[in-house]
Design a protein around this ligand. Structure first.
Ligand SMILES: Nc1nc2c(ncn2[C@@H]2O[C@H](COP(=O)(O)OP(=O)(O)OP(=O)(O)O)[C@@H](O)[C@H]2O)c(=O)[nH]1
Ligand SMILES: [Zn+2]
Length: 230
């Protein structure tokens, strides 16, 4: 993979924080979602209460009547949705547990899990990113259950994201779990911040790729594209 990452060992000093402060899942690398060091001091219930109060304020500033039957539950709904659903991938506790199996079939070609639909949110505008992820790997001796490929995509999608980082986080996670560089990720997504507002281009889409190990060759890329397009 041709991206620069600054991998750090536990306890190293990073920008004034130690990795012990911020936890293993939030090392300060170029791949990591920027999180504050005390991101998990508050319980999820406390976070929901705070978000609900703050979202009420936004609605109030917008001039909405919070005593209206239809609106009064919205702050609580938004808070629950942020913590339990659309931003649940910020919490390492929600990372999918992935069991590795021996490659007893001796299958040594690429495996492609294509058209994984995901919903994420743009970290610049907090509006949806809707797309498909295609992931592929070549076993180094271990295999994982197919659904875990989908679950890893969903975990990283459920964060405020930019598409480049989402692509690399998925690629890096698969690489670590499968103990191989032979991993590819292609993401084709529509950003509502581009289509529904701002430049309002409803036809464009964004494609990002991660080609590691054997996938980093024109032949393998063409083969992969062929599987994805058919
Ligand atoms: N690289 C990258 N940019 C993104 C992604 N999602 C949204 N953006 C862009 O982030 C940029 C934010 O730029 P700003 O100029 O600060 O925001 P803005 O004034 O709302 O920009 P407009 O969308 O052009 O109206 C925009 O150009 C977005 O299109 C993404 O996944 N990757
Ligand atoms: Zn955006």
């Amino acid at each position: 993979m041709k991206t620069e990452t600054i991998s750090q060992k536990n306890g190293h000093q990073l920008n004034g924080f130690t990795t012990e402060d911020i936890g293993d899942d939030h090392l300060f690398t170029s791949l990591e979602t920027p999180m504050k060091p005390n991101a998990f001091e508050m319980s999820n219930d406390e976070k929901k209460q705070r978000i609900s109060i703050l979202f009420s304020e936004i609605m109030d500033v917008l001039g909405l009547d919070l005593t209206d039957d239809s609106l009064k539950g919205t702050p609580d709904r938004v808070a629950k949705m942020y913590i339990e659903e659309i931003f649940s991938g910020l919490d390492p506790e929600n990372k999918p547990k992935v069991a590795l199996f021996d490659n007893k079939y001796q299958y040594n070609q690429m495996l492609v899990e294509k058209d994984i639909t995901f919903y994420s949110n743009c970290e610049h505008h907090f509006v949806p990113i809707i797309g498909k992820a295609h992931v592929a790997y070549k076993s180094s001796g271990k295999v994982i259950g197919l659904s875990k490929l989908n679950r890893i995509v969903q975990y990283y999608a459920k964060r405020p994201q930019v598409q480049e980082r989402l692509t690399q986080q998925i690629g890096n996670e698969l690489k670590n779990i499968l103990e191989t560089e032979d991993v590819a990720v292609i993401i084709d997504a529509k950003h509502l911040c581009v289509s529904s507002r701002g430049v309002k281009d409803d036809t464009s889409a964004t494609v990002t790729t991660y080609y590691g190990g054997v996938f980093n060759s024109p032949e393998k890329i063409a083969e992969l594209q062929n599987y994805i397009n058919n």
